[in-house]
Every structure is written in C-alpha cells, then in structure tokens.
Write a protein that binds this ligand. Sequence first.
Ligand SMILES: OC[C@H]1O[C@H](O[C@H]2O[C@H](CO)[C@@H](O)[C@H](O)[C@H]2O)[C@H](O)[C@@H](O)[C@@H]1O
Length: 438
Amino acid sequence: LTLRCNNSIFCTGPLLHLIQMSKIFADSKTFVDMRMLNSPEEVLENWDTFMEENEQNPSKYAIKKFITENFNDGDELEYWIGNDYTSTPRILRKIEDMIVRNFTASLMTIWNKLGRKVKPEVFQYPERYSFVPIPNGFIIPGGRFKELYYWDSYWIVKGLLISEMLNTVKGMLENFLSIIAKYGFVPNGSRIYYLSRSQPPVTTMIAGEYVEASKDILWLKKNIKYLDLELRYWIDYKSVKIRKGVHVYTLSRYISDCTLPRPESYFEDIESCEIFETEMLKKKCYQDLKSAVETGWDFSSRWIFDETGGCNANVSYSDAKRVIPVDLNSFLCKSFKLMSKFYGMLNDDMNATFGRTNTIIGRKVLIKLCTARKMELGMIMIISNRSTGGISGPVILPLCGRKYTINLNSLDLVKQLPSISNGRNCFSTKEEFQHHCF
Ligand SMILES: OC[C@H]1O[C@H](O[C@H]2O[C@H](CO)[C@@H](O)[C@H](O)[C@H]2O)[C@H](O)[C@@H](O)[C@@H]1O
C-alpha cells in the first residue's frame, strides 16, 4: 500500500513550502497541478543553486522567476468524447413534459464538455507531473477540479448509465482498478498529492451498476480481486470497534495518518492551524483537516467539535475521526453485500465468506441502526453522540429504499436514543453550516 506521497516537489519539502507560502498563486492548487520542465532531480538541483544565490531568502519576484524557468501549466488532458455518446438516449422519449425533456437533453451534452483523456506525454514522463496517469477517458467535475475524483464518479456513473454510455462507465471503472492495482486503494483524486486520503468508497458500487447493466461475468471474474483489495483497505485502516453494553460493533470512520498540510490547500491549512501553539498540535490539526476532506463533505459542521462536544467552532477544530458516519458505513455495508453476491455469481464459496462475513458485521450494526421506522434522523446521533434536528443528505442515505441496508428487526439502540443525545443539532448542508449550529 502507498498511503502517502513523499514527492519532494509536489507533496512535501522546502521547495513546496516556500512557493506555497509566497502566495504567488491565489489558489494553492495551481502550483501542484503544474508540470516540471525537466526531471525532478534537475529541478531540485536548480532549487539548491537558486537558494544559495539568493542567500536562502529569495524575494517573491525571484521565486516567480524560478517557477517560470522550471515549471509550466500541467496541461495533462485532452478533450475526449466517449464513442458511446448519443444525444438521443431512449430515456428522453419517456419524458412527456417538453420543458423537462429539453432540459434533460441539454444536461446530457455535459458529457462532451467534461470528458477528458490523459495525454501521451504524461505516460512518457510521469515523474514530471502530479497527475496519476489512467488508461481510459473519464468525466471530470469541472472548474478547478480537472482530474478524476473518487466519489463524484459514482454519481457521474449513474448519469452515464441513464445516458446509455456503458462503455464509458466500464472505462472509468477500469481507471479505478488500475489505481487500486498501483496503490492498494483509491485516493481522493487522480493526483499524487491526494494519496494521503481516500474519499467515500464507491468502486464496488460502481462495479455493481456495471455488472447489473452489462451482465459481464467474465469481467467480474477477472477484476473482483481489486474490489476485494480496496474493501480490505477500509477494514484494515479505517475500522474501529465500538463497545455498547455487551456488544462490540465494528464500524468505519474517515481518518488520514498524514500530519502535513494539504499540498493543494497549503497556505490555507497553515493558516487554519496557526491558532495552535505547539508543533504537535499543528500537526494534529493538519491531519484532522485531511481526515475531514476524506469525507467528501469538506467542510461540514458534522466534523467540527468545540470544547463541549458541540459544533460551535470553525474548521480548525475539525475532528472527523470522532464521528462514525452513517453514510460511510452504509456505502460499505452495501459494498460487502455486493461482494457476497459477486462471489456467489462466480461460484466462489470460499471467498464469498469475505463478503458474507462483512455483510454480517455490517448487518449487525446497520440493521440495528439504519432502517428502523423511527430512525429517520437518528443514526448520526447514536454513532457520533450528536443529534440531528433536520434532514440532510447523509442521514437519509441508508433510508433510500433500503438500498444500502438490509431488513431490520431490532430496535435496541433506537430505544436508547434520548439518553445518548446531547441535545445539539449539527447539520451538513452548506447553508446551515454558514449560519450556525444550535
Ligand atoms: O468535486 C471534487 C471535490 O471537490 C471538493 O473537494 C475537493 O477540493 C478540496 C480543496 O481543493 C480538496 O482538499 C478535497 O480533498 C477535494 O476533494 C468537494 O468537497 C468534494 O466532495 C468533491 O469530491
């Protein structure tokens, strides 16, 4: 497993520190998305000479010049349109309302605008880029997010399937498998500086969508090992045992073990953690910010803890590892259930146990926690000791047609809700976060 990036230009080290802290770029992501004009060794040699010439204290102007001489815009991607793209998918004919139909049709043209493919140069000189080369065309979120993002891709795949772009889905899925083969897990996005954390795990669910639509069992047989590998990462590195009475529950949480500022939000993280006096607390703050962004909900009051355990503080007080998120555990439960089904389809009884055992573990907890009739808003409260007073995305996830969970017949923990709640409400929507939590 490669759980972090040690690249001394794009991920860590004095060059990155000085360039990012000079604030030459308004957005820290700009620098780490650039490409080197020469090999990393040459750039680092140039840097040493540059620092010597400038007596270890270069001006902003000199740093700008150094960047121009050694880096250029990354420009790693070319526009790409999937060969399965159609402007007239069957679903359009099913939409009777013309306004909605036209809106849907125009929305679907987005695949042409956001489709990208990695240029051959990146495969030729990967060490000069922060981009992780991936073999197939894919859809980017857009704007400053010009790479493959992990959990965005699940929702993108849903749209692609409605648009009859199964081949594009297969390509995107195989991009993830190539990343798992390389690193043992899927990082936040296809950049080396994202290696210190993942994002909500969705590869197995994407595979579920693909296999259901394609019935491609041979594909499954060939690739199931990668799905297996990724899920083991979530068990080995992110799970935690929760004792409640005589029961011990295994659940997962978001946690990064990297204590450095995010390269793509470098000065921003340094500034967020400035309030802490010791180096140790600063490091903890950087690590906590990384854990918070692993959630995909960056930033939300769900991950913020003030001194009393409420969420009346800012992002500097993020501590996502204290929360056992219902959405993450629902995704994993669904994934284990799928694995059990997949191994069953392949008549692999021995390995089916992996999926089955973990579905059972997930079941034990999620069946109890997630689908009780009175549980609409309760999960986060139970498992993070916080209460939710309104409906927000993550809370309703496990309730979506019981898609992420299995039948429920125990209300044990539900009954304990009132005693666990601390009476505070923490929301996940931006609007609520901007106002306050109460
Ligand atoms: O749409 C892509 C992602 O955009 C947001 O997060 C990303 O930007 C952050 C700041 O540059 C970065 O630190 C984070 O790790 C990125 O994922 C959004 O919050 C994500 O949900 C979304 O996947």
